[in-house]
Design a protein around this ligand. Structure first.
Ligand SMILES: Nc1ncnc2c1ncn2[C@@H]1O[C@H](COP(=O)(O)OP(=O)(O)OP(=O)(O)O)[C@@H](O)[C@H]1O
Length: 310
């Protein structure tokens, strides 16, 4: 029986979430829970708070962590709770909150809190990626970047979408939300000149110019690039775009928008649980910039417990 709740809240998620986070605290306190609100002040705080919660809690069965924010916040909380027994629920307050779409969790605070308190606890597997990066955009040359390892819930995008997230203007994102990604994507279609990416998995080899490694079916807005991927299945589904060039890129994007991308004859779509990637391309995970290839991706099974609708 849950008694204590830690809300790890990002007050700047979705352009400003503090009011809704405070509303959630008072709803939960009125129901009699002990609520500890931990507001993030910078990147990395949510992971730190979640790790502290998982280390301090002697009585995990009475504790729930609610990640209140967007996909960046859920990603950090999942990284901090990994292999702990504390379940993670979400309060979708982000710009896109793809995880909420994947789990079918409403943006309505009361409904999402009801799921947090009365939903089903499911154990899910996470992706683990090691690549060159610094968790920040960096001016140092690619060769000087240290190795970074992080876990992801939803997807790793390599190539065009890594480049798009890399060049999203944070000020435009604050003002315009999701539109900032669309603007960055449009700008990149015209200037992007990708180099080849090589994938090695299950004794096979494939090459392409853009790759999406899905741990979940949802991607970006309401698009499903890897519709067969499930948080609860121990596999990735990988979508590879084989051709380069602006017109091909537009054709792939339109294919995704119209849910026809898997029927194109110059793509690959396959399932695996481990993959090595070579090349010189930017990488995003769960919608945030991570670093550049080369990269290695594998699964961490039974990584976290997450609360989903019943
Ligand atoms: N107080 C803060 N000030 C500035 N940045 C913060 C703060 N707290 C967290 N962050 C960082 O803000 C980034 C975005 O947060 P988050 O993903 O929760 O919201 P979002 O970007 O609006 O949503 P989505 O990722 O779903 O589009 C994260 O990388 C997070 O680490």
């Amino acid at each position: 029986m849950i008694k204590d709740i830690i809300i790890i809240g990002n007050p700047i998620a979705g352009g400003g979430a503090l009011k809704k986070i405070r509303q959630a605290v008072s709803i939960l306190e009125n129901k009699g829970f002990n609520v500890n609100l931990m507001l993030t002040t910078q990147k990395g705080d949510a992971e730190l708070f979640a790790r502290q919660a998982s280390q301090q809690s002697a009585e995990c069965s009475r504790l729930l962590v609610i990640a209140a924010g967007g996909d960046g916040t859920y990603n950090e909380v999942a990284n901090g709770l990994i292999h702990s027994n504390i379940p993670m629920a979400i309060l979708p307050l982000g710009t896109t909150s793809v995880l909420a779409k994947e789990l079918n969790i409403s943006n309505d605070i009361k409904i999402s809190l009801d799921i947090a308190l009365n939903g089903k606890i499911q154990t899910i597997h996470l992706g683990k990626i090691t690549c060159k990066g610094s968790n920040e955009k960096s001016n140092s040359s690619q060769n000087n970047l240290p190795l970074v390892t992080r876990h992801f819930l939803l997807m790793a995008g390599i190539g065009f979408d890594g480049e798009t997230v890399y060049s999203v203007n944070p000020y435009i994102k604050k003002i315009a939300g999701k539109t900032a990604y669309v603007l960055s994507g449009i700008k990149n279609i015209f200037k992007y000149n990708p180099s080849i990416i090589t994938l090695r998995y299950d004794s096979e080899e494939k090459s392409g110019y853009n790759v999406i490694i899905g741990k979940a079916s949802c991607y970006g807005g309401d698009f499903k690039v890897t519709p067969d991927a499930r948080l609860t299945d121990p596999y990735f589904y990988v979508f590879v775009m084989h051709q380069k060039g602006k017109l091909n890129l537009i054709r792939y994007i339109l294919g995704i928008v119209r849910t026809k991308h898997l029927k194109l004859n110059d793509i690959s779509y396959f399932r695996t649980s481990e993959i090595e990637i070579e090349g010189n391309a930017h990488i995003q995970i769960d919608g945030d910039y991570l670093g550049t290839t080369p990269a290695k991706i594998d699964l961490v099974t039974d990584a976290i417990k997450i609360i989903t609708p019943k």
